[in-house]
Design a protein around this ligand. Structure first.
Ligand SMILES: [Zn+2]
Length: 360
């Protein structure tokens, strides 16, 4: 009696309490139950005694209005995945204005918004790449789509080196974390040898600007950008260059980047950019296999028909403004003399570098 009448009633109450009695939705065609949708995580609560900036404009002097994050357009992946690190100060006004600690404090807070925005942008790129040729119409194509199965993702083929012209790596991390600067790099190398990676190597950073090298006019699309923390008027510490060389070694091997394709921002933007500065140890990099240098004790006099401007063009310089091209070459290879004319010594150096480029 108990087993026949009471036990089923108890089981029914128990199942109702667990929610299991709700009928499952089933696709009548496939008889399959739809997969459960991932539940979007809510923002992690700030730790006790920790202040987190809610609005990035709080950290600026002119209090520019900034858009609130649009939660509706966030990707479906669990968000956010980033928990702000512990901060000792309770607000930026407690820290010396524009100090390392100041920029670290505000950048740590801004990253709480930057990381979800990064992931949203990546999702948009994936969406674009996911379109096959029949979905992304090209008006010049007038035949059905035949798919090739032989492909992979495009790789960077140049490394462009910059100096930040700022006073700390933290300041640069801040600069690249906010949208109004419209500038970025894949890596930032600190004075103490700390290497930050801000972007996946396969995405296009905004570091080269209006530039040209050889026939390439969109250097951002084919290069990795590395910002070296330096204000432009100081030597580069050994720890920083050691860390940079280690990073370059990894990138060279990972993507098969030729030795000649490790160049400076000033090389690809003559007359517009001068970084990295005259203090940059290009020779040390060339000795390690990144870029070319010359033997100052074994320079040859170029032949009588040697054309310096054409040599600059062969190396890769934009010669539309010949004086600017000479200045860019001298900033890289002569360094202490950045005048816009070539001395006999400069021509010997140019001839030496030119020969390396034509024989590689
Ligand atoms: Zn630069």
């Amino acid at each position: 009696m108990f087993i026949k009448k009471v036990l089923p009633a108890i089981l029914t109450i128990f199942l109702c309490a667990c929610g299991s009695s709700v009928p499952k939705k089933t696709n009548v065609l496939t008889q399959k139950t739809p997969q459960q949708q991932p539940v979007e995580k809510t923002s992690p609560a700030p730790q006790q005694n920790q202040t987190v900036f809610k609005r990035p404009e709080q950290i600026t002097r002119n209090n520019r209005p900034t858009e609130e994050p649009n939660t509706n357009s966030r990707p479906k992946r669990p968000q956010p995945t980033y928990t702000p690190p512990p901060i000792t100060a309770t607000n930026s006004s407690q820290l010396p204005y524009r100090s390392r600690e100041y920029y670290k404090f505000i950048t740590d807070s801004i990253q709480y918004y930057a990381k979800p925005t990064y992931e949203k942008n990546i999702d948009e790129i994936i969406k674009q790449i996911s379109l096959n040729p029949s979905q992304k119409k090209n008006p010049a194509v007038n035949a059905p789509w035949y798919a090739s199965v032989n492909f992979n993702i495009r790789k960077p083929n140049f490394v462009i080196l910059h100096h930040t012209a700022q006073n700390s790596a933290e300041q640069t991390l801040f600069t690249f974390s906010i949208s109004r600067t419209q500038t970025s790099a894949h890596y930032v190398v600190g004075r103490d040898g700390t290497v930050y990676q801000m972007l996946n190597d396969y995405v296009r950073a905004w570091h080269a600007g209006n530039s040209r090298w050889g026939g390439v006019t969109d250097m951002n699309s084919c290069s990795l950008g590395i910002e070296i923390d330096n204000n432009g008027n100081e030597p580069y510490p050994d720890a920083q260059i050691t860390a940079l060389i280690k990073l370059l070694g990894h990138l060279k091997e990972q993507y098969g980047i030729p030795q000649a394709n490790f160049i400076g921002h000033g090389d690809i933007a003559p007359g517009r950019k001068q970084d990295p500065s005259k203090y940059f140890p290009w020779k040390r990099l060339a000795d390690a296999g990144f870029g070319y240098w010359y033997d100052p004790y074994n320079l040859q006099t170029p032949p009588a028909d040697f054309n310096p401007i054409m040599a600059l063009r062969v190396i890769g310089y934009d010669i539309s403004n010949p004086a600017a091209a000479i200045g860019a070459f001298k900033a890289h290879y002569i360094q202490n003399d950045t005048s816009k004319s070539l001395t006999d010594y400069d021509k010997k150096v140019l001839y030496s570098i030119y020969k390396k480029y034509i024989s590689r």
